[in-house]
Design a protein around this ligand. Structure first.
Ligand SMILES: Cc1ncc(COP(=O)(O)O)c(C=O)c1O
Length: 389
């Protein structure tokens, strides 16, 4: 079938589907908090921004700043490390392309390292093999919420004197060897898009264990404005003065959305335990079904599951995907390997270069996973999966 027709059908079905693959959970406290913010004196940067950032800091155990999306967070992280043309960043193909796009926009060269097939996270051996004298950073992605192999990646980064950045768009609330995601890499980035582990509508955050990197990220996200008189290079102006040393953008997250973020933060553990219970139900119900491979959780992590990535035989994947869609179950495929995008094909990348990523992509379907998914709905998903294979 023509790809355009297939695409159209996909979206028609998506819109009418009763059960999406991911969904926010908004309660009366969330609504009341946003209304209160709307009635306050502050719509954009007010007291709730700092309150939300401090709330995040308590969860991730490292200082945080809020920004307007996960993409903005990545862009700020790359600005903070001073990424420039000629630098290389090593990233996995199985991620949303924002991981690479925001680095490419600084003129950096994107280098791919293949994934480990169990977690779909970047394989440290592949990372080690991809290091050159131009490598500036390793960028790990915590796919589905499962933290990457952070100690091994840290050892490689330290050996070469380069940065470890963690794209934790999926993994707020997960832990690695008992440590909170956000407190481990040099810089960690988060997304608060509605399907993610908590939402502010659009939104994101950056945490860092290095105050100077967080400060640079913050400056970039706030138009590069310097307001501290001790740092001024222009010293003959009045009390109104502020100045710019390096260009930045406006990536601020407004008070209205931080109000939502604050109430959502209070619910993070509840979201996590509900999704854990959904995860366990899928595992129990699908474990013995031939033809389905289930996600794994390594023994040294505790995952806040953002996705439930099931895997099917590649010859069955589209049948199962379309069958579930027809049954009103809004599954998704996460992700097309980033290097397949035409923007990378134009730069010489060709399918087949990262075989584990290609295999994973050919098998993967994300089953519905969000805290308000009820037992009847899980049952419907399980029954349909069983019937389709
Ligand atoms: C791994 C990953 N990185 C970055 C992003 C970008 O986040 P946002 O949509 O908030 O810009 C996403 C969101 O889909 C993601 O899944």
């Amino acid at each position: 079938m023509d790809v355009r027709v297939r695409h159209q059908e996909f979206y028609q079905e998506y819109l009418i589907s009763m059960i999406p693959y991911g969904r926010h959970s908004i309660n009366n406290d969330d609504i009341a908090a946003v209304i209160a913010a709307l009635k306050s004196d502050w719509l954009t940067t007010g007291p709730l921004v700092e309150a939300f950032e401090l709330g995040l800091e308590k969860v991730v155990k490292a200082p945080c700043i809020s920004v307007s999306s996960g993409t903005a967070a990545l862009h700020c992280a790359y600005a903070a490390i001073g990424l420039k043309p000629g630098d290389e960043v090593i990233t996995p193909p199985i991620t949303f392309v924002a991981t690479q796009a925001t680095a490419a926009l600084f003129g950096a060269t994107i280098v791919f390292a293949d994934i480990s097939l169990d977690t779909a996270n970047v394989d440290p051996d592949a990372v080690a093999a991809a290091i050159t004298s131009r490598t500036k950073a390793i960028v790990a992605v915590d796919y589905a919420g499962h933290p990457a192999d952070l100690d091994k990646l840290r050892a490689i980064a330290d050996r070469h004197g380069i940065y470890l950045i963690e794209d934790a768009a999926h993994s707020l609330g997960s832990t690695y060897k008992g440590r909170e995601v956000g407190s481990i890499a040099d810089i960690t980035t988060f997304s608060f898009f509605p399907t993610k582990n908590l939402t502010t509508g659009e939104g994101g955050a950056i945490s860092s264990i290095h105050p100077e990197l967080l400060e640079r990220a913050k400056k970039f996200s706030r138009q590069g404005l310097v307001r501290n008189p001790d740092e001024f290079k222009i010293t003959d102006q009045g009390p109104w003065h502020q100045e710019v040393h390096e260009f930045g953008l406006n990536y601020r997250l407004p008070d209205i959305l931080c109000a939502l973020g604050l109430t959502q933060l209070e619910r993070l553990q509840d979201f996590k335990s509900k999704k854990r219970s959904i995860f366990n139900t899928y595992m129990r119900e699908l474990r013995s079904v031939e033809g389905v491979s289930l996600p794994i959780e390594r023994s040294d992590v505790n995952v806040n599951w953002h996705l439930f990535p099931a895997r099917f035989d590649p010859s069955l994947r589209e049948t199962v995907f379309s069958g579930l869609r027809k049954a009103g179950i809004g599954v998704q495929v996460n992700y097309i390997p980033a290097y397949w995008h035409p923007v990378f094909q134009n730069r010489g990348f060709r399918r087949g270069m990262y075989p584990n990523s290609d295999l994973f992509y050919s098998q993967e379907i994300s089953l519905p996973m969000y805290s308000d998914l009820n037992e009847k709905e899980i049952d419907l998903v399980v029954k349909n999966v069983k019937a389709l294979i």
